[in-house]
Design a protein around this ligand. Structure first.
Ligand SMILES: [Zn+2]
Length: 296
């Protein structure tokens, strides 16, 4: 993590480098070190006000601001896309206050800030993925009290989380959790992977990359260091499974191996599927892949 104490390099800009003051960065870095040392454990931190509303990514933004240096190459995505309004505005704020280079290409980025997705392309050990987290507490759906959930984590008492899974199986015949699917980290803490689809969970297990999670409104930071065991909760007879896109493909690049977004054309009554990861899709088009190509 680079340490930068000068004012922003951008001319005439009297903001701190990466907007927040140095004491705040130091506080966040200390909490990040603790989070890395105890994988999956939620570390409270002094979340700051930023020029965006809480709930719009301030947790991830503060982590990025605390670790970014002038030589970093930044990629910001929302729902897998670089071009949507939330990603564009967060990127603009970071560029304005740091002057760093940005990219849309996953492999070129040193820091990737994201909401709702992990890129399709495998990440490397020289890259850091920063996730924006709205609800960091995986036990919140079974226990409303913060005091009690912290005690449950401390005592390794996850019986209510397992009971919740069991009740879903009894009621619906399967584990009906879409996003925020709870995972067991390093054999110890149950963690919310943030609202990423189940499709992305296998990418967290024993990954080469450092994953950092920030929840600004809830004032929590947690982390997955490289090569950490991350197991989705499941029963022997009711297994975790990713979303099923069999029989569907991206209408732009023809991919059948990526997470697909569904679009419904009300006028024609047709459904289209598109890669959620826009860089993955664009690269396939640049390489001549398209609908009907041989290795869709
Ligand atoms: Zn595609």
């Amino acid at each position: 993590m680079a340490v930068e104490t000068t004012l922003a390099a951008t001319k005439g800009n009297l903001l701190n480098f990466a907007f927040v003051d140095e004491n705040t960065k130091r506080e966040i870095r200390r909490k990040l070190l603790k989070a890395v040392a105890i994988p999956g454990y939620q570390v409270p931190f002094a979340s700051r006000e930023l020029p965006i509303a809480r709930g719009w990514g301030t947790g991830g933004l503060q982590i990025t601001m605390a670790i970014i240096g002038p030589d970093d190459i930044l990629k910001v995505i929302d729902q897998g896309c670089d071009g949507v309004v939330n990603a564009v505005n967060l990127r603009n704020l970071l560029v304005k206050t740091t002057g760093v280079a940005t990219t849309y290409r996953t492999e070129e980025a040193t820091i990737i800030q994201t909401r709702h997705r992990i890129p399709e392309k495998a990440l490397r050990n020289d890259q850091i993925l920063v996730l924006q987290v709205p609800y960091p507490e995986p036990l919140r759906r079974v226990e409303p009290s913060e005091q009690v959930t912290r005690q449950m984590h401390g005592e390794n008492d996850y019986s209510l989380a397992w009971l919740d899974l069991y009740e879903r199986v009894v009621r619906w015949g399967e584990i009906t959790i879409g996003s925020q699917y709870p995972v067991l980290v390093n054999g110890r803490y149950i963690m919310s992977p943030s609202p990423i689809p189940r499709w992305d969970l296998p990418k967290l297990n024993m990954a080469e990359t450092l994953f950092l999670f920030g929840a600004g409104r809830e004032k929590r930071i947690y982390a997955l260091p490289p090569y950490t065991s991350v197991k989705p909760l499941e029963f022997e007879d009711y297994r975790f499974r990713v979303e099923d896109f069999s029989g569907k493909c991206c209408h732009r690049c023809g991919s059948t191996k990526s997470y697909l977004d569904e679009t419904y054309n009300a006028a024609g009554g047709e459904r289209f599927y598109t890669c959620s990861d826009s860089d993955f899709c664009d690269e396939r088009l640049r390489n001549g892949k398209g609908k009907g190509s041989a290795d869709a």
